[in-house]
Design a protein around this ligand. Sequence first.
Ligand code: HEC
Length: 189
Amino acid sequence: MTSMKRLSLAVVVPVLLKRLRFAVVAPVLLGLTAVSWAFPWDKDMVDQPSAKPQESEAPMDSSGVPVKGGETLPAPVTEAGMFEAKDAAVLLENPVPATPESVALGEYLFTINCLVCHGADGTGTGPVGLLLATAPVDMNDAYTQDQADGQLFFTITRGRVTMPYYRDALSVEERWHVVNYMRSAFGSQ
Ligand code: HEC
């Protein structure tokens, strides 16, 4: 009898210990998952300034639409539309004088946003630019330098093929600083 009891204990205790280990490990793992959900980038898509459904507080009159200081370019939705809009952007005037301060700011923003592809010398040989199937343009070439400021602004605003757009990352003024920098730094080599 006692030996039976011992035997059953010998079987039951390790099984219980195993279960216990699971009981301890499982909540810890689940807890970690919950913690990882709390990382800030998990909510990037939700934390936008846009109004969520049923949440819009925009007044329902004309003052609800920004007419001053916002985007002045049409938002094309087709490839042909992109070309037309880029042509139309010839007429956009650069409102930011190319002062040394503006050019310096432009260099700073170019280094952060554009250098990876276009390279510090604008030749398109940045570390990411070298990996792209279609090489970024050489900004020193006439193709880029002969474009109007407004067209360069357009490309920065809307992007082009594999080039991302910067209308969310750079303010309107910052984009003009970058244009001023591109004019002053490239093209004369
Ligand atoms: C991910 C890589 C990448 C980044 C980052 C990038 N570009 Fe480009 N850019 C390209 C590629 C590729 C092209 C050529 C697109 C094509 O095939 O027409 C290009 C083209 C251009 C052109 C010429 C457009 C034209 O055809 O008229 C300009 C101007 C330009 N980029 C400016 C910038 C500026 C300014 C920045 C930073 C604000 C920037 N790019 C960031 C990849 C990039």
